[in-house]
Design a protein around this ligand. Structure first.
Ligand code: URP
Ligand code: ZN
Ligand code: ZN
Ligand code: ZN
Length: 510
């Protein structure tokens, strides 16, 4: 086995990497139950040159076709993770997973595409985009980009148009927290929402009140609370609820769709529920850590253990996890991300004396599919087709790449996983494919196992072995004006005509 492409220090056993063994560009997946968000059926799936060309029972093929037996297993679209941070410079350091190690981990866990957040360089979107294209050169799967907006002026507004019309970006993230670095003002958020609307781009928010978090942090330090538990105590759910409500109301005022990233609390979730009930187009994205963990780890007396759970918004007290699961199962929340943003113990130790300096972020890109299956499907909360919807299809629809992605349909890209519901998984920091040395899900076991991952028609994960090639990844451009924008113009017209009515009354009365 060649190890030409095994990045030194990548942190996984030599036996798990190498070249692809399937040189054939033709693939037949036989006898499985094909899962789409809209239906399930027993069928074969035939792939040629990276594209699904047939989905039907009993497909007959020539001998040069690679066969995969999926009898008794599910064949479904590869996961799409809407929220990751690979090779991100943040809090004085850089995430330990780059576009190769993070993607290798993703593929081992059945995720075939992720959408990462480009951070502008000195406010410049174009420079930020070029920097991320460079970082992503070593990619081995599908990836797309959101773009963060960190300041506002004419050139940012112009560059947003370039990103949408020329660079394949259709979403912009606004940080309402991280005062002094990424945080934006309400004024900027309003301008950003207006600009997003005119471009048909989706506005995303990290919803926490950054000014209040800053005060909360000072409060903890003044009380002598400097450990990781201070992180959670300094930014309680009320601050997430407040910012979520504010962003939702501003988006309503502008009349543009809103996507709330990493919904971690009942407080935020209920704001989303209320807005959706009123007919507002608001998408809520819980992340795996918020769905399956609670804050108990942050109180662990061992700093290394406690610090690994530090992320923002914080992992909440027990109760929020179950409420978020219920919201996901009933459609109040629509899709699951990870916010994969890994720092190793050495990096986390920057904050040994002061929780404010612990780099924020947890792992999840490899674990998402298994944990969501075990937590949501095995518990009986959602169906197997719902699983496809919340891990793949809905993301593809929101970011306007469906049915190329997120479906097992004729003409779709051959990003496919074979999932064995009768097998089981176990998560160990010592066995995962991420470069980080800890895992917030360490020791978890559950039902179901991703046995085969296929990306662009190539088998990249089989028999617990990765066959990934850096540079084989593909940048996926995402066009603007997704389905979320349907009807926005009609609602605007209705609003404008409602303003005319009193004017008319005034003139006829005089
Ligand atoms: O703690 C987190 N979430 N780190 C990544 C940056 C962000 O806010 O998404
Ligand atoms: Zn190798
Ligand atoms: Zn965030
Ligand atoms: Zn994030």
């Amino acid at each position: 086995q060649s190890n030409q492409f095994c990045d030194a220090g990548v942190g996984y056993p030599e036996s798990t990497c190498g070249f692809s063994s399937s040189s054939s560009s033709k693939l037949l997946i036989k006898g499985g139950t094909v899962l789409n968000a809209h239906q399930q059926e027993v069928a074969d799936v035939y792939v040629e040159d990276g594209i699904i060309v047939a989905v039907k029972p009993n497909i007959k093929v020539d001998e040069d076709v690679t066969l995969l037996d999926a009898t008794g297993k599910y064949v479904m679209p590869g996961g799409i993770d809407p929220h990751t941070h690979l090779a991100m410079e943040f809090m004085g350091t850089e995430t330990i997973d780059d576009f190769f190690s993070g993607q290798a981990a993703a593929l081992a866990g059945g995720t075939t595409m992720h959408i990462d957040f480009v951070i502008p360089v000195n406010g410049s979107l174009v420079t930020g985009f070029e920097a991320y294209k460079k970082k992503a050169k070593k990619s081995c799967m599908n990836y797309g980009f959101h773009m963060a907006i960190t300041k506002w002026d004419e050139s940012v507004s112009r560059e947003m148009e370039i990103m949408v019309k020329e660079k394949g970006i259709n979403s912009f993230k606004f940080f309402m927290a991280y005062k002094g670095s990424l945080m934006i003002s309400d004024e900027l958020l309003l301008q950003g929402l207006e600009r997003c609307k005119s471009l048909g781009a989706l506005a995303m928010v990290h919803a926490e009140n950054g000014d209040a978090v800053f005060e909360g942090q000072k409060r903890m330090i003044d009380l002598g609370i400097t450990g990781p538990e201070g992180h959670a105590l300094s930014r309680p759910p009320v601050l997430e609820g407040e910012a979520t409500a504010r962003a939702i109301r501003l988006a309503k005022f502008v009349n543009t769709p809103l996507y709330v990233v990493h919904v971690m609390s009942i407080d935020a979730m209920e704001e989303i529920a209320r807005a959706r009930k009123s007919g507002q187009k608001v998408i809520g994205e819980p992340v795996v850590s918020g769905l399956v963990l609670n804050d108990s780890g942050l109180w662990d007396p061992d700093f290394v253990t406690a610090a690994k759970y530090v992320m923002s918004p914080p992992i909440r007290e027990s109760g929020h996890d179950k409420a978020l699961q219920a919201a996901l199962s009933t459609g109040v929340l629509q899709l699951v991300g990870t916010d994969h943003c890994t720092f190793n113990s050495t990096q986390k130790a920057f904050g040994i004396d002061d929780f404010r300096k612990i780099p924020n972020g947890v792992n999840g890109i490899e674990e998402r599919m298994h944990l969501v299956w075990d937590t949501m499907v095995e518990s009986g909360q959602i169906s197997v087709t719902d699983f496809v919807r919340i891990t793949s299809t809905e993301c593809a629809r929101i970011f306007n790449i469906y049915p190329r992605k997120g479906a097992i349909l004729v003409g779709s890209d051959a990003d496919i996983i074979i999932f064995n519901p009768n097998s089981s998984f176990e998560i160990r920091a010592s066995m995962h494919h991420s470069r980080t040395d800890t895992n917030v899900y360490d020791g978890r076991k559950g039902k179901g196992k991703v046995e085969v991952t296929i990306v662009g028609g190539r088998v990249v994960w089989q028999d617990n072995e990765l066959k990934v090639v850096p540079g084989s990844g593909k940048y996926i451009e995402m066009p603007p004006f997704s389905y979320l924008f349907n009807g926005i113009d009609k609602a605007d017209a209705k609003y404008l005509s409602s303003l005319q009515a009193p004017v008319k009354r005034y003139f006829t009365a005089s």
